[in-house]
Design a binder for this molecule. Structure first.
Ligand code: 5GP
Length: 141
């Protein structure tokens, strides 16, 4: 079954579109964390970052920058948070690759914060080695 975002791409569901090119589409989130909260998606119906070929990933990244620049000019936020979920455990609710652009204003508390003090420096180093050992590999196994 087509994802809800594919239905937006196909024009079956309306969306407040802010940008479009051949491979990507950007539209406002219906449940915004802040004013101007925008989603950038790849038009192709692929679930997560792990599924995208590099050229498509680059196309989305380019669109994120284009849209974020436009938001900075249009809304004058103090900053912008870029976040992206992969899999339900991460908070992904729509299984169609997308990046959140969330304009931020000083003191807005628009997002809950990361958790300081939950990992030691040694654990960090060990984790970094584990991840970097898999750099350039595609399989999740
Ligand atoms: P996720 O939780 O998967 O990272 O983000 C999905 C986002 O899509 C949520 O922030 C949610 O508000 C947004 N969303 C879900 N359905 C629709 C829709 O039909 N239209 C728009 N514009 N946004 C949607």
């Amino acid at each position: 079954m087509a994802s809800i975002f594919t239905r937006i791409v196909n024009g079956e569901i309306p969306a407040a579109t802010v940008y479009e090119d051949a491979q990507t589409l950007a539209f406002l989130d219906v449940n915004p964390a802040s004013r101007g909260h925008t989603l950038v998606i790849c038009k192709q119906d692929l679930p997560t970052l792990l599924d995208l070929p590099p050229d498509l990933l680059a196309a989305v990244a380019r669109s994120v920058q284009v849209v974020a620049r436009a938001i900075m000019v249009a809304l004058h936020p103090d900053g912008v948070t870029i976040v992206q979920n992969n899999g339900t455990a991460s908070g992904q609710t729509v299984p169609h690759y997308h990046v959140h652009i969330i304009p931020r204003w000083e003191g807005d508390h628009a997002l809950s914060h990361w958790k300081p003090g939950t990992i030691t420096p040694d654990e960090l180093r060990e984790l970094a080695v584990t991840i970097s050992a898999r750099m350039g590999t595609k399989d999740v196994a």
